[in-house]
Design a protein around this ligand. Structure first.
Ligand code: TXA
Ligand code: MG
Length: 370
């Protein structure tokens, strides 16, 4: 695996980007930073290139990939006629952590990218290096998150190499990513109407504030339940705009994901009940000789005693928690946590995506305490 920049502590140079782009154009895989997480890129039109992505990740082949573009003009030939609503969404949220599922032009990308669906997921990342790399490659780039399938997504180049060193052609190191969670995946279901298939960097509130009617789908039942409560009790626009259905249609939503190696449970409820429940469970596990991890927030971490207590950002600024979640999950692995309890967060703003990933990391195991 070739790494750019060749001199650590430097920004990738124009030459580095040209080399990485040439590697992609030659049908090899290159990992690169985006504003969400690191992606593992390949020429979306070439089946042999895309197959290397699935191989390197160990990813199930029925899970389609997102195609990354650097300009709107790259939609030509890739997707069929888009609607006015899709056009507006693209103008408002691209470049950004926002992916649209659009009608695919037949044979425009490899069948391995779409997993045989007649739609293709497209996004324009809001990251200078990513955009320059896509331009240098001169083709649409299929890129899932650059982790081994089932592992937490990578937010640094080190995370990528932990999982994929020796399995990929190259890696462009652009430092830590910004958002820290993947993009929001949506499909348009009518004029002004968007369905969220995977919550992510663009929040339901942002979509509804921009005047779109928002529906939430494919979110596991614990998150769906939390969102329903939020919708009932809140006067934000989301209250009226958010409806929840449960059958996942984004194929990736059905896989266990983002998981640390230790067995994790998510605990939701009032702050004091959560604290008491987690500490009691942690003490019980410690007494059995297990190595215990607790995932809390800046405001709550100091009230716990356990082998590994990590503060995953601030409850008052959940953007910071989103940024550090995946690194925290990896740290539990490094430090050998065998069981992990994690505090839930409110499902507002980026909190919805955070809660979704926490719940996936916990394999859907949620204790509700109140
Ligand atoms: O932020 C992100 O989106 C990152 C960076 C690298 O761009 N990429 C990423 O890709 O998260 P991946 O492969 O880990 O997730 C792609 C998601 C999956 O849930 C997949 O099922 C869904 O997008 N998806 C892809 N194509 C689809 C389609 N045609 N219809 C419905 N869902 C689709
Ligand atoms: Mg992924």
């Amino acid at each position: 695996t070739k790494a750019w920049p060749t001199h650590p502590a430097q920004e990738p140079s124009e030459t580095d980007i040209r080399e990485a782009g040439a590697m992609l154009a030659a049908g090899e895989t290159v990992a690169f930073p985006t504003e969400t997480v690191y992606g593992l890129g390949a020429d979306a039109r070439r089946t042999s290139a895309v197959e290397q992505v699935f191989l390197a990740k160990g990813r199930p082949s029925d899970n389609p990939l997102i195609v990354h573009i650097a300009e709107l003009s790259q939609l030509n030939g890739l997707v069929a006629q888009i609607t006015e609503t899709e056009q507006r969404l693209a103008e408002l949220f691209w470049p950004g952590p926002f992916t649209m599922v659009l009608p695919a032009v037949k044979d425009a990308v490899s069948l391995r990218v779409t997993a045989g669906l007649d739609t293709v997921a497209v996004r324009m990342p809001d990251h200078e290096l990513a955009l320059r790399l896509i331009r240098a490659a001169g083709c649409p780039i299929a890129a899932p998150s650059a982790n081994r399938s089932g592992r937490p997504s990578p937010t640094t180049a080190r995370h990528v190499l932990e999982d994929l060193d020796g399995r990929i052609g190259g890696i462009l190191d652009g430092g830590p990513t910004g958002v820290g969670l993947e993009s929001t995946v949506v499909e348009c279901i009518g004029p002004g109407r968007v369905r969220i298939l995977r919550p992510g960097g663009v929040t339901p509130e942002q979509l509804s504030e921009a005047g779109f009617e928002v529906e939430l789908e494919g979110v596991d039942s614990s998150v769906a339940a939390a969102s329903r409560i939020a919708a009932k009790n809140s006067s934000t626009p989301i209250a009226s705009a958010l409806t929840v259905t449960e059958a996942p249609r984004s194929p990736g939503m059905k896989y266990a994901h983002y998981a640390p190696r230790g067995e994790m449970r998510l605990v939701a409820g009032s702050r004091e009940a959560v604290r008491a429940h987690i500490q009691a469970a942690a003490d019980h596990a410690s007494a059995k000789g297990l190595r215990v991890g607790i995932l809390a927030y800046d405001e709550t971490a100091s009230s716990y005693h356990a082998d590994i207590v990590l503060a995953c950002g601030s409850l008052a600024r959940l953007e910071t928690a989103a940024q550090s979640l995946y690194a925290a999950l990896r740290e539990f692995d490094e430090r050998g946590a065998e069981v992990i309890w994690a505090e839930a967060c409110p499902p507002h703003g980026i909190g919805l995506a955070l809660l979704n990933r926490l719940s996936k990391a916990a394999g859907g195991k949620v204790d509700r305490v109140d």
